[in-house]
Design a protein around this ligand. Structure first.
Ligand code: FAD
Length: 419
């Protein structure tokens, strides 16, 4: 009879089956690496989010499987294609910016909006049982370093159990045990956003190409109020603000959201016949505006557990998928060498920040510039009048060098003096 205290042993255990964990699992399966996946939820399950899938997310999904986008497009009740963004400046001026300059010729949509209950379930359904041992409905309660590996303490069907992994992938989102216990991360309200959202039926006047709408309103800077259209005449409506400012201004986000809907001159008519379906729920966004250590002895962190959300747009799914892709590369090396040491895994931090840091830094600058109301108003006012400027902003979604222009004082001087 075995005396081992462990239910099972595994090389790699992923904790969390949201986009970061599910994508890590899919990338590992493509490499033929067996692993174990834990999630406290049983899918389909809800997750508080704005539900927008950016071009970056779509690109990585295509890396996993070139068929995914066509599959998503065919599920019209769950996935709505989205072709651009409407920005509304604090003074009420608005501009429509397509995600791609050549929207009309594009064969597939540059982005989607899908309730997370549907999108996350779509990913879970793609997992490969030949490589992925799934423990759903299983809450990990503690992670403990030992000489042999990392002990995973978990609860399933009311019973406490233990397993042992040679390495852990922390993918449990913003309340990650791995980030806190293994990487020593602590919360920082200057690099964390508080947000709420509700699902509304019958919001009128959405853009015909399902543009997502971001309202940079005085009372919620740095942050924004949003309306993201969904299939079946639904919309995801929410507001997110930097947590430090929520505290400083003593903001009640639910009240702020309801006040905007009831009083904003551009919105009150649109919401006249709208109906809230279900409640309004909140969750936190760990922003990638500060570098952190993302790996160490026998672990690495992906997605929100690694604090990778774009500090300007609040988009986190794209970076979660990027981290999964790069994480799987590093895990492949560790598994093939059977070396899960800090020195083997720390290449992950370098590769991931090489890919994302410039963009995160720039978004952090934009988050801070966005608080300068007159500057924001100026850019939107000028873009309203200038097709060239709108095209330039459109290019910024795909081209980081173009986005870097927003950092340059010359860009604003040219706008100020109409050059
Ligand atoms: C209000 C709001 C709006 C947002 N809007 C957008 C948007 O429109 N577009 C966008 O790209 N991003 C958006 N984001 C960010 C996005 O939601 C996250 O970046 C994304 O969910 C990160 O995915 P993840 O897999 O890392 O974490 P999660 O999606 O949080 O998944 C973590 C998983 O881990 C599981 N888990 C947690 N703890 C445990 C445990 N102890 N044991 C076992 N399992 C556990 C959970 O059940 C969950 O399934 C928004 C966030 C918020 C809060």
């Amino acid at each position: 009879m075995s005396t081992t205290p462990y239910q099972f042993k595994t090389d790699v255990a992923i904790i969390g089956a949201g986009p970061a964990g599910a994508a890590t699992s899919l990338f590992l399966a493509k490499k033929g690496i067996k692993h174990t996946l834990f999630d406290l939820a049983v899918f389909p399950r809800d997750k508080v989010c704005g539900d927008a899938l950016s071009g970056k997310a779509v690109k990585i999904l295509k890396h996993i499987d070139s068929q995914f986008v066509a599959d998503m497009q065919s599920q019209k009740n769950s996935f709505l294609d989205s072709w651009g963004i409407t920005f509304i400046a604090p003074n009420g001026s608005s501009i429509d910016i397509p995600f791609k300059q050549n929207n009309a010729q594009a064969e597939e949509p540059p982005g989607f909006i899908a309730k997370r209950i549907d999108f996350d379930n779509f990913l879970i359904n793609q997992l490969d049982a030949n490589f992925t041992e799934m423990h759903l409905g299983t809450r990990v309660t503690d992670l403990v370093q030992s000489d042999e590996g990392i002990e995973i303490h978990y609860q399933t069907n009311g019973e406490a159990k233990k397993a042992l992994a040679k390495m852990i992938v922390g993918a449990e989102g913003s309340r990650s045990i791995a980030a806190r216990k293994l990487a020593g991360h602590t919360g920082d309200p200057n690099h964390f956003c508080s947000a709420i959202r509700g699902y509304y039926k019958n919001v009128k006047g959405n853009h015909p190409q399902n543009f997502i709408e971001l309202y940079f309103l005085e009372q919620v800077l740095p942050g924004y109020f949003w309306i993201f259209p969904l299939p079946n005449n639904m919309a995801n409506v929410g507001v997110g603000v930097l947590s430090a400012n929520v505290k400083k201004k003593n903001l009640n986000l639910k009240e702020a959201l309801q006040k905007v809907i009831a009083e904003h001159p551009m919105l009150k008519e649109r919401f006249k016949e709208a109906e809230l379906v279900g409640g309004i729920s909140g969750w936190g966004l760990p922003l990638g505006s500060r570098r952190r250590n993302l790996s160490g002895e026998r672990f690495l962190l992906v997605g929100d557990a690694a604090s990778l959300i774009d500090p300007f747009s609040g988009e986190g799914i794209g970076n979660a998928l990027v981290s999964a892709m790069i994480g799987a590369e590093v895990i492949e090396t560790a598994v093939s060498r059977q070396d899960f040491s800090k020195s083997t895994l720390e290449v992950y931090d370098r590769l991931l920040y090489e890919k994302l840091w410039d963009e995160l830094k720039l978004s952090y600058i934009m988050q801070r510039l966005g608080q300068v109301r007159w500057l924001f108003n100026l850019v939107v006012n000028r873009a309203k009048k200038s097709q060239t400027l709108r095209d330039t902003i459109s290019c910024m979604f795909e081209d980081l060098n173009m986005r870097a222009m927003l950092r340059s004082p010359a860009f604003y001087l040219r706008l100020l003096f109409n050059l």
